[in-house]
Design a protein around this ligand. Structure first.
Ligand code: SF4
Ligand code: SF4
Length: 353
């Protein structure tokens, strides 16, 4: 069973510190040359420095608070995390959303719905008419408390594209990774999303699921897994959804803690390096995304945000957002990036190559 009830930060773990994580990722097998660093690897195919292209996706992390404490969480989120985006920072984000050329807005957390200004922000942001407005919902939040029961209707009203984690179609595997009772609540939430039209064949109300492995291994083939998920969820619970994204766990925060505690860190890094696919490098999410933290700072991706690796640009905060300056910036990389280029690649959007 998922055993953690507190974030690494609350536990006072060394690994809650980003510099400690970066130290681990830079030392040992990467320092002694057993494995090539990510920089060396992408240099082999002349892909260093990795450059940002045109901005297409704004990903906003509205806070690290979550109703769950999943074993693999790269955010180290949990009920004890207090970092929450204020309405003032949201206003600065809205200015950028109105003026950007990005076609996708992606709200994440923690559980973004737990930010007290979440609904206000969604209502305001939806007015900008961004083509694809994603909310990453962990599903159980919809069943966590009466005040969230109407979320499916709320999402529908604002034509939100719901992207939800669902580690497996069986209770055992899901609860092991995400905590007791998560599977049943997730199933109920999916049925409620279906009931308002989400995920139905031909429906414009998009409902996608995200799978990530529950241990120190890489995800299998995305298309085959989607087929298996669809069959099982339909047969067992009558649930429909659109696409499944298979995501590789990146070796940071709680997943890094798990790898070290289970003595799997080195083997896992070997598997990531062995599965390195230069074709996936071209389309990793940092090349067309800006990630904004709860306090308004800009990062190449949500993973770099958690490692506190800010963008390599003069435009560092939402208050001084400058799309021209950000375009063409050198992406900040480290060994965790191998997680985005293994096999068919992954980042936050599923297969990229
Ligand atoms: S993985 Fe998602 S649902 Fe689980 S603790 Fe992290 S933010 Fe919350
Ligand atoms: S971890 Fe972030 S910076 Fe590194 S390749 Fe993935 S998306 Fe890009």
């Amino acid at each position: 069973m998922a055993t953690a009830t507190k974030s690494l930060k609350k536990q006072g773990s060394d690994l809650a510190q980003s510099n400690k994580q970066l130290e681990i990722l830079s030392n040992g097998i990467f320092q002694n040359g057993e494995l090539p660093t990510f920089k060396t690897k992408i240099s082999e195919t002349s892909q260093f420095p990795l450059k940002a292209k045109k901005l297409e996706i704004l990903q906003i992390n509205v806070g690290y608070m979550c109703n769950q404490v999943c074993d693999h969480c790269h955010v180290d989120a949990g009920p004890d995390r207090k970092e929450i985006m204020t309405r003032d920072t949201m206003r600065q984000c809205l200015e950028v959303i109105k003026n950007t050329g990005a076609h996708t807005l992606d709200l994440t957390g923690g559980a973004p719905e737990m930010n007290p200004d979440f609904r206000w922000f969604v209502e305001e942001a939806a007015k900008a008419g961004i083509k694809d407005f994603i909310v990453r919902s962990n599903l159980t939040i919809i069943r966590a408390n009466k005040k969230y029961y109407d979320l499916p209707e709320f999402f529908k009203k604002h034509n939100i594209h719901v992207v939800s984690s669902m580690p497996h179609w069986t209770r055992g595997k899901t609860d092991k990774q995400r905590g007791d009772g998560v599977f049943d609540k997730s199933i109920k939430a999916l049925q409620e999303l279906n009931a308002v039209g989400y995920g139905m064949p031909g429906s414009d109300l998009r409902l996608d699921l995200v799978y990530n492995p529950s241990g120190a291994f890489l995800p299998g083939d995305q298309a085959a897994m989607e087929k298996d998920f669809k069959k099982a969820l339909m047969e067992d619970f009558g649930i429909e959804f659109h696409n499944l994204f298979a995501i590789t766990n990146l070796p940071i925060a709680r997943f890094l803690d798990f790898l070290i505690a289970s003595e799997n860190y080195e083997d896992y890094m070997y598997s990531l390096v062995e599965a390195y696919n230069p074709a996936a490098v071209e389309n990793v999410m940092c090349t067309n995304t800006i990630s904004i933290s709860w306090d308004g700072y800009l990062f190449d991706c949500d993973f770099n945000q958690m490692l506190e690796l800010p963008v390599n640009s003069k435009s560092k905060h939402i208050s001084e957002f400058n799309e021209e300056l950000l375009e063409g910036r050198n992406i900040v990389i480290s060994q965790h990036c191998y997680g985005c280029t293994a096999g068919a690649g992954s980042s936050c959007q599923g297969v990229v190559a």
